[in-house]
Write a protein that binds this ligand. Structure first.
Ligand code: CA
Ligand code: CA
Ligand code: ZN
Length: 474
């Protein structure tokens, strides 16, 4: 799995995609033949999928859906969503989502939950799911079953009653804690009997314990409990694909929202490829383009939906044409959105308001410079390799986009030992003070002279490589 992760992802400060699966077979204290499997998606799983390799996904139509859940002992936490969250066929939307989970009160020692299925059912599996960023992720509980036919069976044992004396059978003891420092993430536990069924029972009882008592916050965030009847159809919960992807920039500074509601086919790509690139590169772009008194936006959004053209940015809102994007996934897709993200950071509106707008060739040239010379130089999208393929094109510094980016790269390479020129040009564009005279100030040469020099250098490079290039560029 790790070998399939592109190098870019490995540099992510948080482990969005780390998926750890643990297989645990418990023997001690369990009911004959019972097998309990544990799945764990560690780190910060991206969204509400609860996908495990060895535990089935949560279900929306199992025998628990219409069962009666009762607290026999213990107290619900006031911030919890309540018992119904355990069998509502819904999953939390994020890692720390109290309202969409059930958990016992802070500081309490857990409690007992009874599930009354209404009539005895042949139970194939009992599956429990939980999700929390830290110690409230793992699950610690004992599962009992109540064979109502046992003489003296007590279906409503009082607080602290000895369950086995009340006729309850211990099915298994579950403890998914590990010695790993970071126990956060999604957990799935599946209890079954590979030889057949767990048994035929009307009542189940979960005796839940906190995962730790170092602080009051040790009661697990339980997201769903499924009871699967033998031979009954099971429908997995389909995550809400309409909810936007929300991530933070790698430095925690900004919130980035990616909306794929109108292009659900691109959601997976957006979560796995685009989100990590934006998270890593937004802080880098912000660091490249600072200016006095300026704070980069703390929020921006990318909306991917069918439309025309490629993409545009308005303020802090990037809109990308999903039809174009779908054909560019392994190619220009991420780079073009990096270009738009530079627009989010530029914020040249002040100059416009003061009637000193930044010139278009810089407004577009700086984003393409950052995209092609910093973000993805390996694509050679604006360097001499690209120019060689377009030798019929007349070039001038204000040729916009990639041409202007190539000009900026030339000036940086030849006149900017401090690597400060892009920052200064951007700052002037942003505060409305840009004039073409700035180039003489920064490099000692007027813009027109730099332009001629750069054109000659490109010309020279191309003709060195290919005699035909010389004629074409005249
Ligand atoms: Ca369910
Ligand atoms: Ca639920
Ligand atoms: Zn642009």
């Amino acid at each position: 799995m790790s070998s399939a992760i592109p190098a870019l992802w490995k540099t992510m400060p948080f482990r969005l995609f780390a998926v750890i699966s643990v297989l645990l077979l418990t023997v001690n204290g369990s009911f004959a033949g019972i097998q309990t499997k544990v799945g764990h998606n560690g780190g910060e799983p991206d969204f509400e999928r609860f996908a495990f390799t060895n535990v089935p996904p949560p279900s929306e139509n199992d025998a628990a859906t219409d069962a009666r859940f009762t607290i026999l002992s213990g107290e619900t936490d006031a911030n919890s969503g309540g018992l119904e969250k355990l069998h509502d066929g819904e999953l939390p939307a994020e890692a720390d989502d109290p309202a969409d989970n059930f958990f016992f009160a802070a500081g309490s020692d857990g409690g007992r939950i009874e599930v009354d299925l209404g009539r005895p059912l042949e139970i194939k599996q009992v599956n429990t799911y939980s999700w929390h960023p830290s110690a409230r992720g793992p699950q610690v509980y004992k599962l009992y079953a109540g064979p109502e036919t046992t003489p003296g069976f007590n279906a409503t044992p009082g607080d602290g009653a000895d369950l086995e004396k009340c006729g309850w059978k211990l099915i298994d003891s579950v403890d998914t804690r590990s010695r790993e420092a970071d126990q956060g993430g999604q957990y799935g536990v599946s209890i079954s009997n590979p030889g057949g069924i767990i048994g035929k029972y009307r009542y189940l009882l979960f005796a839940m314990s906190p995962t730790e008592t170092d602080d009051p916050f040790g009661n697990t965030f339980y997201s769903e409990i499924d009871v699967v009847e033998l031979n009954a159809p099971v429908k997995p919960i389909v995550p809400d694909m309409v909810a936007p992807i929300k991530i933070r920039s790698a430095d925690g500074y900004a919130e980035i929202t990616i909306d794929t509601a109108r292009a659900p086919e691109l959601r997976e790509w957006a979560a796995q490829k685009l989100a990590p690139a934006l998270s890593e590169w937004y802080p880098k772009i912000v660091a490249m383009l600072p200016s006095k008194g300026f704070s980069a936006p703390k929020k921006f959004s990318v909306t991917i939906r069918p439309g025309n053209g490629v993409a545009f940015t308005s303020g802090t809102r990037i809109v990308v044409n999903s039809t174009w994007l779908a054909g560019e996934l392994g190619r220009q897709a991420v780079g073009s959105i990096i270009h738009e993200t530079v627009h989010v950071v530029q914020q040249y509106g002040h100059g416009w308001r003061d009637n000193h707008p930044a010139p278009g060739w810089l407004t577009e040239g700086i984003p393409d410079y950052i995209r092609f010379f910093k973000f993805e130089p390996q694509t050679h999208g604006a360097d001499i390799v690209w120019l060689r393929e377009r030798r019929q094109m007349a070039i001038n510094y204000d040729g916009m986009y990639r041409i202007s980016a190539n000009f900026l790269d030339y000036v940086v390479e030849h006149y900017d030992p401090e690597q400060d020129l892009i920052r200064k040009v951007n700052a002037a564009c942003r505060d409305g003070s840009y004039t073409d005279g700035l180039w003489k100030k920064l490099t000692g040469k007027p813009l027109a002279e730099l332009n001629e020099e750069w054109k000659a250098a490109v010309h020279q490079q191309l003709s060195n490589q290919d005699e035909a290039g010389r004629a074409a560029l005249k």
